[in-house]
Design a protein around this ligand. Structure first.
Ligand code: CAA
Length: 379
């Protein structure tokens, strides 16, 4: 599908593909086994401009478009889905809302270090009782003088334990749910802020997923992001872009499943011939490739719409829903093609299988994506 891409987009993709193969692939399995956050890769990604691909150069970004960003997340996730989500959560869920909703002062203060990867970001929306029902935030922000005092706790924050800067949603008018929450920029050094439980996860184990605890955290009033009580919209607009990052991550996982399966099917001999000769295997490969292409095109379309400034919320959900289900199905088939070996840690497909599952859950479950799509159809 190269003909759909510009010369600049292809060059960026090829550069990221080389970086991912040379630097990320060799350490991906080991980092995941040790639950080790790949700091050295993130630093290097920052030097290459990959922590701020789709943001203007005046704030320290690479000045490219969103299509380039999705291509980069796919290439990185092809080798390591953990690294893919670290960069995607940082870029889509933190840099994007600061760039989109921030004041000029906020952009100048936070973006240069975030976009260069000197600092990384985390998005704190989810709480124990506010998962799919994201408006049910119980963390409170109370105005005292020229500060907001934050109390509560947040769950499942990607990059949570490693991040310096958080975009965090808190209730500023309790009881009003989606109409009474606001977004804040919180820094990890603000007194009263601390990391709680670190999650042990089925997959993406080299990424950090943490609970955030806020006890009388004093946030300067100038750190409110967007307008008072408009935080739910900040979160929803942010998640529209984030869902495309996850679609790209899922595409990377699906491609890993396909490429590894093709290689294995050509090498593995049973009944005196490579198993690639058998139609049972060929049909699985053909279906995986067809579905990957469909998901890629949906992700590309929504990314182009985002670049053109068109409304793309339902298209982002279509892309995320399709790509995550394609990744999960490709991972299931990849293990089937690898047979008993695929069930062991000697091959990467068991990691892909575990990593694929989260793409059907975070940044809105498949059920929430269907809800967004159906509401769009019915309105
Ligand atoms: N863009 C702009 N505005 C939007 C919007 C969007 N995409 N979606 C909703 N809104 C607006 C609505 O228009 C509405 O505005 P008004 O009040 O002015 O009418 C307001 O927001 C409330 O919308 P709804 O009535 O639709 O709200 P709801 O309570 O029914 O919730 C939902 C809608 C789609 C279910 C939403 O709660 C949702 O997306 N839930 C899933 C949350 C989610 O994705 N969580 C992921 C956590 S982040 C994560 O995983 C982090 C990580 O680190 C990887």
């Amino acid at each position: 599908m190269d003909y759909l891409l510009t010369e600049e987009q292809r060059m960026l993709r090829d550069m990221v593909s080389k970086f991912a193969k040379e630097k990320i692939a060799p350490v991906a399995s080991e980092n995941e086994r040790n639950h080790r956050f790949p700091w050295e890769i993130i630093r290097e990604a920052g030097e290459l401009g990959l922590m701020g691909i789709a943001y203007p150069q005046e704030y320290g970004g690479a000045g490219m478009d969103f299509v380039s960003y999705f291509l980069a997340i796919e290439e990185i996730s092809r080798w390591c889905a953990s690294t893919g989500v670290i960069i995607s959560a940082h870029s889509s869920l933190v840099c994007d809302p600061i760039y989109r909703f921030g004041t000029e002062e906020q952009k100048r203060k936070y973006l240069p270090e975030l976009l260069s990867g000197k600092k990384i970001g985390s998005f704190s929306l989810t709480e124990a009782q506010a998962g799919s029902d994201a408006g049910n935030t119980k963390t409170t922000a109370t105005k005292v003088g020229n500060k907001w005092i934050l109390n509560g706790s947040k769950l499942f924050a990607t990059n949570g334990a490693e991040a310096d800067v958080f975009v965090l949603i808190a209730s500023t008018d309790p009881g009003k749910k989606t109409k009474g929450v606001s977004a804040f920029i919180v820094e990890k050094d603000m007194p009263g802020y601390r990391i709680g439980k670190l999650e042990r996860k089925l997959g993406i184990r080299a990424s950090s997923t943490a609970e955030i605890i806020l006890e009388n955290v004093e946030v300067p009033e100038e750190n409110m992001l967007g307008e008072l009580n408009q935080g739910f919209k900040v979160a929803m607009v942010t998640l529209d872009g984030g869902r495309l990052g996850i679609a790209a991550q899922a595409l990377g996982i699906a491609r890993a499943c396909i490429e590894d399966s093709v290689k294995y099917a050509k090498e593995r001999v049973q009944f005196d011939q490579p198993i690639a000769n058998f139609q049972a295997i060929q049909w699985m490969l053909a279906d995986m490739w067809m579905e990957y292409n469909a998901a890629w095109l949906l992700t590309w379309r929504a990314s182009v719409m985002k670049d053109k400034g068109l409304p793309y919320s339902a298209e982002a959900s279509l892309a995320k829903l399709k790509a995550s289900e394609v990744a999960m199905d490709a991972a299931r088939k990849a293990i089937q093609i690898h047979g008993g070996y695929g069930y062991t840690e000697d091959f990467n497909v068991e990691r892909y299988y575990r990593d694929a599952k989260i793409t059907e859950i975070y940044e809105g479950t498949s059920e929430i994506q269907r809800l967004v799509i159906a509401r769009h159809l019915l309105k």
